[in-house]
Write a protein that binds this ligand. Structure first.
Ligand code: BTX
Length: 249
């Protein structure tokens, strides 16, 4: 069912009941010269995660992409993934769900030793090294969806499940976009805000990268989004784009 969004957002909003992928649509809008636009859908039929993985997007979720044109070099773009994670975590906490951020792009809810995936974020961009042309930040929130309809291996959860009642998607999206808008204009504050909600820091982790696995203690995050790991042989700094998988060890 279509949600009455009517958002009062610092972006123009294009709403779809169903669309293959809001990120794909936002990329098309970027090619047409648009900016400061949000593409929002109730359902996606071809949602994408990182590394071309599938993102299941049944009706009832908040599947959205923010298209904008920040004045930053390409290398800084990962900070917008962190900004989105902070924004969505704050909105979730306001909705009564104690979410935390797992580096680089997952927002999770902890149940004992288990972490359940609530949100996925996929940032895409184009431009020159010294200045991006556009950035699309795709945010997939399992809002009013049944985790049983999501892939089991990801250990998914949803806001409605965590709350025990449905969520007002309009209100949530409004808060999410307000927070994101503030952070995208003040990227120097993003890393500090991110640390507040991080579940990854202070833990032993193993990160799979194209250059092989890196294992050690995750000690910090660095602008614009790299993880600092103390390994047996010294300090390693892993960029978000090089993380294929991270698990606690
Ligand atoms: P990721 O590569 O970190 O995670 C993808 C993995 O997550 C999948 O392989 C699957 O195991 C698991 N998964 C799939 N769907 C869900 C789900 N709904 N909840 C929990 N786990 C799931 C994360 O990629 C980035 C996802 C971005 C999604 C947004 S939605 C709006 C925008 N449009 C689009 O096509 N993608 C983005």
């Amino acid at each position: 069912s279509a949600v009455e969004y009517g958002l009062d957002a610092p972006f123009s909003v294009e709403y779809h009941d169903s669309i293959p992928s809001t990120n794909a649509r936002a990329r098309d809008l970027a090619a047409e010269g648009e900016s400061d636009t949000v593409v929002l859908a109730d359902e996606q039929t071809g949602g994408r995660g990182r590394l071309d993985r599938d993102w299941h997007s049944p009706s009832g979720g908040i599947w959205l992409s923010v298209l904008f044109r920040p004045d930053v070099p390409m290398a800084h773009a990962p900070v917008f993934t962190l900004a989105a994670a902070v924004a969505v975590t704050r909105a979730a906490r306001e909705a009564g769900v104690e979410a935390g951020i797992k580096w680089p792009n997952d927002v999770l809810v902890r149940h004992g030793d288990e972490e359940r995936k609530l949100v996925g974020i996929l940032t895409e961009m184009e431009g020159e090294a010294d200045r991006v042309s556009w950035v699309v930040v795709g945010i997939g929130v399992n809002a009013n969806v049944d985790p049983a309809d999501l892939p089991d291996e990801a250990n998914p959860t949803s806001l409605s499940t965590e709350r025990g009642e449905p969520l007002d998607r309009r209100l949530f999206t409004q808060r999410l976009l307000e927070e994101f808008d503030a952070l995208r204009q003040d990227t120097g504050r993003v890393v500090e805000a991110w640390r507040e909600y991080a579940t990854t820091l202070g833990k032993r982790v193993r990160v799979e990268t194209p250059g092989g696995p890196i294992e050690g203690e995750a000690v910090d995050i660095q602008f614009p989004g790299a993880l600092v790991i103390e390994t047996a042989s010294g300090t390693e700094v892993v960029s978000a784009g090089d993380c294929e998988h991270l698990r606690p060890v």
